[in-house]
Each structure stands twice: as C-alpha cells, then as structure tokens.
Write a protein that binds this ligand. Structure first.
Ligand code: SF4
Length: 250
C-alpha cells in the first residue's frame, strides 16, 4: 500500500477522519491556519528554489508577492468551488489576517534564518520503501550539508515533540541523521525558533514498525472513530457534522 506521513498522523488521531479525507475523497475547505501555512511554504519555496541556482536570497518584497499569490489562489479556488459543502467562514477578516500575519513571518524568517541556509533540494517528494508498504515523504528543504528542515507555523511558540514520526520518516527517506524544525509564530510579535531533533537508529526502526502496522490496518478498511480528544469537535474536525449528525453517511 502507498501512504504518506500526513495519512499516518491522521489515522493515529481518528481513523474515521482519515476515511473521510482520503478514502471517500471528501475535502473540507482550508482553515485560516492552513491557508497561512501553505502560503508561507509556497513563498519560502520560491526563494530557496532560485537560491539553488543563484546562491542568494530573493528581496523580501518578492517573497511576499509569492505569499500573496498563494493566498489569492486558495481563496479563488474555494470561492468558485461548486463542490464545497461549506465556505470559508468570515472570509474578509480571514484574508486580512492571512496577509498581515504572513508578511510579518516572511520578514522575520528572511532576515534571521534564510541567509544562513544553503539549499540543495526544496519541496521534494521521496518514496521510502518500508518493506511491506511505500511511504511518500514530502520534504520542505534539504541543505547542502544534508540537514532536513521542516517549516512549521503556529499561533504560539512551543517546543515540538522529538518523538513524532515526521523526523524519523524524512531522515530515513533522505539518508540523514540531522533534522530541524523551523517554527515561526503567526502572533503579532512574530518569533522564529530552530529546533534540532535527535535521531537514533532505534527511533528509525521503531518508526518503520509503526508505519507498517498502520498501513496493514488501513488495508483492512476498518475505520474506528476516536471521539476521545480535543480534535473531536465542530471547531477542530472538518467532518464533525458529517460524522456526528448525518446518519445517511453510515
Ligand atoms: S467527529 Fe470525531 S469521531 Fe468523527 S471523524 Fe471527527 S474526530 Fe473522528
């Protein structure tokens, strides 16, 4: 079976949510934080892709233009979509917030972090052979010295867990033992944090066992709902109404 890291994460949180989003191809409109995160990734991709060729960063204003283009594309897509089962709420305020927060984040990252990065590969996809299954890894950035970097956006500063599956999966796919999260906050006082994650041979083999077990379960197609957590609410689950209030779906 072919799976991705995000599918494993979703499966571990709620299998029925995974079923809605993957097996049934039911897609929900993006949240405000997802719009910001996607556009931020697109803007940094624009910068680092050309930096592989030129060796220098783009002017900040050009990176901001790439960010705005991505935000606009998302809004156009969901505004015009006839398959949308609900719309992006509060779209005017959401658009303003996305632009202001994104500009702050780009200025911060381009000033404090980007100049020290020598990119080798940007937004690259690699298939990892798990033995029984194949895992798709979508990697934000690999530097010329082999460091794997994943960009994260968040409303607040926090320490990201060093035992999550993403670092192990990506390091296995690249053949590296060097992983960093680059976390930036969307808050008014934007802050950026570089968080190296310790990778060990045991954490890699532990991950392979986990990923194969999840894929084995997915193949069986039994998707058990998990309501025991903060994610099972109208605020955090895009499929709440489909799952909890529409009996025709089951
Ligand atoms: S409503 Fe709860 S149980 Fe249903 S898909 Fe969402 S998180 Fe899972």
């Amino acid at each position: 079976m072919r799976i991705s890291v995000s599918q494993i994460n979703e499966w571990l949180k709620c299998q029925r949510s995974w079923e809605f989003s993957r097996a049934r191809k039911t897609f929900a409109p993006p949240s405000k934080s997802l719009i910001i995160g996607s556009a931020y990734h697109a803007a940094l991709e624009e910068n680092f892709k050309q930096k592989i060729l030129t060796g220098v960063d783009l002017p900040v204003e050009k990176v901001k233009m790439a960010y705005i283009a991505s935000v606009s594309e998302t809004f156009d897509k969901w505004t015009d979509s006839e398959t949308l089962f609900c719309s992006i709420p509060d779209s005017d305020n959401t658009a303003d917030f996305c632009v202001i927060a994104g500009y702050r984040m780009i200025e911060k990252y381009m000033e404090e972090v980007a100049p020290g990065i020598e990119p080798a590969e940007v937004e690259t996809s690699k298939w990892l052979d798990l033995g029984n299954h194949q895992l798709l890894c979508r990697i934000d950035l690999i530097t010329t010295s082999g460091t794997v970097i994943d960009h994260k956006t968040s409303s607040r500063m926090k320490t990201l867990p060093d035992n999550s599956i993403q670092p192990a999966a990506y390091c296995l796919a690249v053949g590296s033992m060097d992983f960093q999260y680059h976390l930036i906050t969307t808050a008014a006082k934007t802050a950026v944090s570089i968080q190296p994650i310790e990778i060990t041979p045991f954490s890699l083999s532990w991950f392979v066992k986990l990923a194969n077990s999840v894929a084995d379960q997915m193949e069986k197609g039994i998707c058990v709902p998990n309501p025991n957590g903060w994610w099972c609410s109208r605020t955090y689950c895009d499929y709440y109404d489909l799952c909890r209030t529409d009996p025709r779906k089951f």
